[in-house]
Design a protein around this ligand. Structure first.
Ligand code: SAM
Length: 288
C-alpha cells in the first residue's frame, strides 16, 4: 500500500491512513507536484553514482524522484509519524535509507562521514521555513562535506541570500552567505502547488560552497559583527552604525575606514563584499 505521493488526494489518503495531521511548526507543506520536484532535482545536477542527502522527506515525494537519479538517498526526518508512513510509501525503493533524527542536532562532519557513502555530498531539501537559518548556518560552518545544496526556501529569504549592494534585499545574511557560498536563485515556486499551501511564495536556491572567499578575511567573526552592525539600522551612516559599538568607538571606526579608503558617511548597504572584508580586516587586531 504505497499510495500516490504525487497528488493532493493521494497525500490526504496517506495522512488519513496513518492518522497524521500536518504541523505548521514543523513546516509540513508537501510538494505533490512532479514538475516542481523534477526542477529541484535538476538544479542539483546529480551524478548517478552519488549518495544524496535529503533533509525532511515528509511522505517521500522528493525522495522518490531523487532515488531514480542517484545510487543512494539518505534522508533525515524528525517526525516519528512520518517515519511510519515512509516505511510504506518508500517500501519498493531499495536505495533509500531514512534516519529518524533532528537534522539540527547532528554533528555534521562526523555524521556525514559515517552515514553518506560519497563525499562531498549533494543536499536537497524542501526545507521547513522555521529551520532555514540554522540549516544554512550549519552548512556554512562545515563546507567541506557537501558539494552543492538545492533548497526550496521562502522567496524573501532566497532574494536576501542572493542580493547585491545597494538593493533593498541586501543585508547581513547576503554578506555572510556570499562569503561562504556561490548562490543562484534557480526559479520561483507558487504557494498553490503545495499541500497545504503556505502563506508565501517559495524559490529554488542552489548553493555551492566556495573554496576561496571572494576577498581574504582575517577573522570571520569580526566580518560577521561588522555586517550585522552595518545593517542594524539601515539609514545610519557606516560611521554612526559601527561607531556606536563601544569596543571600536567613533574614532577607531573613522581611522579604520580611512585606512581602507571608505567614506565614513556612506551607508553599510552600499558596501561590496570586498569592502566589508577590508573594513573587518582593518578592525582585526594584529596577531601576536
Ligand atoms: N520533502 C517533503 C515534500 O517535499 O513534500 C516534505 C517537506 S516539508 C516542507 C518539511 C519536512 O521536514 C517535514 O517532513 C518535517 O517533518 C521535516 N522536518 C522539520 N524539521 C526537521 C528537522 N529539524 N530535521 C529533520 N526533518 C525536519
Amino acid at each position: 500500500m504505497r499510495g500516490d505521493v504525487y497528488s493532493v488526494s493521494g497525500i490526504k489518503r496517506i495522512l488519513a491512513r496513518h492518522g497524521l495531521a500536518t504541523s505548521r511548526t514543523r513546516g509540513q507543506h508537501f510538494l505533490p507536484d512532479k514538475g516542481t520536484l523534477d526542477r529541484i532535482a535538476d538544479a542539483a545536477e546529480l551524478h548517478s553514482d552519488e549518495c544524496v542527502l535529503e533533509i525532511g522527506p515528509g511522505l517521500g515525494a522528493l525522495t522518490r524522484v531523487l532515488s531514480h537519479r542517484v545510487r543512494k538517498v539518505v534522508a533525515v526526518e524528525i517526525d516519528a509519524g512520518f517515519m511510519r508512513a515512509l516505511e510504506q510509501t518508500l517500501e519498493d525503493l531499495t536505495n533509500v535509507r531514512v534516519i529518524h533524527q533532528d537534522f539540527l542536532k547532528l554533528d555534521l562532519r562526523r555524521w556525514s562521514a559515517e552515514n553518506l557513502d560519497s563525499l562531498p555530498a549533494p543536499i536537497v531539501a524542501n526545507l521547513p521555513y522555521s529551520v532555514t537559518t540554522p540549516v544554512l548556518s550549519a552548512l556554512f560552518e562545515t563546507p567541506e562535506w557537501w558539494r552543492v545544496a538545492v533548497l526550496l526556501l521562502q522567496k524573501e529569504v532566497a532574494h536576501r541570500l542572493a542580493a547585491g549592494p545597494g538593493t533593498p534585499d541586501y543585508g547581513s545574511l547576503s554578506v555572510y552567505a556570499q562569503f561562504a557560498a556561490e548562490i543562484d536563485v534557480v526559479g520561483l515556486v507558487p504557494a498553490g502547488v503545495f499541500y497545504p499551501p503556505p502563506k508565501v511564495e517559495s524559490a529554488i536556491v542552489r548553493l555551492r560552497p566556495r573554496n576561496e572567499p571572494p576577498a581574504p578575511v582575517r577573522d570571520p567573526r569580526i566580518l560577521q559583527r561588522v555586517a550585522r552592525a552595518a545593517f542594524a539600522q539601515r539609514r545610519k551612516t557606516l560611521l554612526n552604525s559601527l561607531g556606536s559599538i563601544e569596543e571600536w568607538g567613533r574614532e577607531g571606526i573613522r581611522s579604520a575606514l580611512e585606512s581602507v579608503g571608505i567614506e565614513p558617511g556612506v551607508r553599510g548597504e552600499t558596501l561590496t563584499l570586498a569592502e566589508f572584508a577590508a573594513v573587518a580586516n582593518a578592525l582585526t587586531p594584529p596577531e601576536e
